[in-house]
Design a protein around this ligand. Structure first.
Ligand code: MN
Ligand code: MN
Length: 463
């Protein structure tokens, strides 16, 4: 059951559409390096396409009807978009789910210190990272600092051409004999992932501040640029991410190398499919969540009531809310829970089982199950539903493949699928294959990005 490489199937017109999709996607990656940035960018693009805030509609007491497009946001980090269909909501929605948080380093609450005339910000990593991959790279600082008076200051340092970057040092090879004997998980310790942010002391300081003159200078710069002081770090969310724009990869430009493709590759292609919908039969929904990388916890993760509450608000605005109709709407929904798959990597072939691995360029990946050690933590999609989804993909000429995440007992991973399945809806894991998942720069195939968007559109149309 070998699956064909999608590149071999394209007409000239399709190749053009593929390149256009890849370009939009790269721009999205550049604009959205944090969950907050992703949400604001999605809102911007959604509003331009005629979506309006559900909260605003509800507050104004306006009724919604088939054809209306609305979005709902939670704490600036999770967003649900709805395009209301002809059929009653009670019959269920076609839902595209994905997550917009990515592995990174978060700045601690009391982060700033000086040592040996160098100033640093202390961090604690977020999500699963190979710590040794995050050193000796240009890094950028994204996020917000919230002052006591409630002012939210946006921070973005390291992306513009003329911006400075920040950096984490590694030990020089000349002195690394003992370091290189260590296990890879210990070569760089999590506590040592501190960001180098300055080395120039401030002159003319009073005696008691002289020993921290570099730190004082950093504080002066932050105060001038953002009007913040050291205590304001207490109420900041600053994320350290690889600096620089998404790039085309390969001499044939067939791939994309960029930070944060897990899972913005599925999030953005799902969103694009939403934008292309016209007059849906069943209500189309795109749900982009936060906190997946740390277990979908918190008020903006999939385990929260955000989605359920937002569907309740939507039904109220459509004049069809009751506790029972809400339960039915959720139970009768169908979902593609999209998250990245491990792309087969010939350099690490021993970790994969080739018949059931995802290959770059062979289209969107369906995972009947995920999980680890006997599928623990997995949503296991029903065979009937898998049949329904593959029929949809086939009828729309979507290139797809099926896979498991690696060989049995080699490892595993989780997604948001099992949480949505709690409502009794049909859910299957799907997504785009990635090389070097969770590394500072991850690689995807443009063909898979394009097939993912086609797959999501087909699903919204026919599921
Ligand atoms: Mn993911
Ligand atoms: Mn991940």
């Amino acid at each position: 059951m070998e699956r064909r490489n999608a590149w071999l199937t394209y007409t000239e017109a399709e190749e053009k559409e593929l390149e256009q999709t890849a370009l939009l996607y790269r721009h999205f990656l550049d604009a959205g390096k944090t969950e907050r940035e992703c949400v604001s960018r999605i809102i911007e693009e959604a509003e331009a396409a005629g979506y309006v805030s559900l909260e605003k509609k509800a507050a104004a007491g306006e009724q919604l009807k088939a054809g209306d497009k609305v979005y709902s946001v939670g704490m600036k980090k999770i967003i649900a978009l709805y395009h209301i269909g002809q059929e009653p909501l009670e019959n269920g929605m076609n839902i595209l789910g994905a997550h917009i948080d990515s592995p990174r380093l978060d700045v601690k609450q009391n982060p700033l210190y000086e040592d040996a005339d160098l100033a640093y910000l202390d961090t604690h990593y977020y999500g699963g990272v190979k710590k040794y991959q995050w050193v000796a790279l240009p890094l950028a600082l994204h996020g917000v600092i919230v002052k006591k008076d409630g002012t939210v200051v946006d921070v973005n340092i390291g992306e513009a051409e003329e911006d400075p970057v920040v950096y984490i040092t590694d030990l020089l090879i000349h002195l690394a004999g003992r370091q290189l004997e260590k296990k890879a998980s210990e070569v760089v310790e999590g506590e040592n992932l501190d960001i180098l942010i300055g080395s120039r002391p401030l002159a003319d300081l009073p005696d008691e501040k002289k020993k921290e003159a570099v730190k004082e200078n950093i504080l002066r710069i932050l105060n001038e640029k953002y009007g913040v002081e050291e205590e304001d770090f207490l109420s900041a969310e600053l994320e350290v991410v690889p600096a620089g724009k998404a790039r085309e990869c390969g001499l044939d430009r067939s791939m994309i190398a960029a930070y944060g493709q897990d899972d913005r590759v599925c999030a953005y292609t799902s969103f694009l499919a939403m934008l292309e919908m016209e007059n849906p039969r069943r209500t189309s929904c795109c749900l982009l969540t936060d906190k997946e990388e740390i277990g979908s916890v918190g008020a903006t993760g999939m385990q929260s009531r955000f989605f359920e509450n937002s569907v309740a608000e939507l039904m109220e605005c459509c004049g069809c809310y009751s506790e029972l109709t809400l339960r039915r709407a959720l139970r009768n929904s169908r979902m593609l829970s999209s998250d990245v798959s491990a792309g087969f990597d010939p350099a690490f072939a021993e970790c994969f089982e080739k018949k059931n691995a995802a290959f770059l360029g062979r289209g969107i990946v369906l995972n009947k199950f995920t999980g680890a050690r006997g599928k623990s933590g997995s949503n296991d999609a029903n065979a009937e539903y898998v049949a329904c989804v593959r029929k949809i993909f086939d009828s729309h000429q979507v290139a797809f493949q099926t896979a498991e995440l690696g060989k049995v007992d080699v490892g595993g991973g989780g997604t948001i699928a099992f949480i949505a399945a709690l409502y009794g809806m049909e859910v299957i894991d799907s997504g785009v294959a990635v090389l070097s998942m969770h590394a500072p720069w991850e690689v995807t195939s443009k063909a898979d990005v394009y097939e993912a968007k086609k797959a999501y559109k087909a699903f919204l149309l026919d599921a």
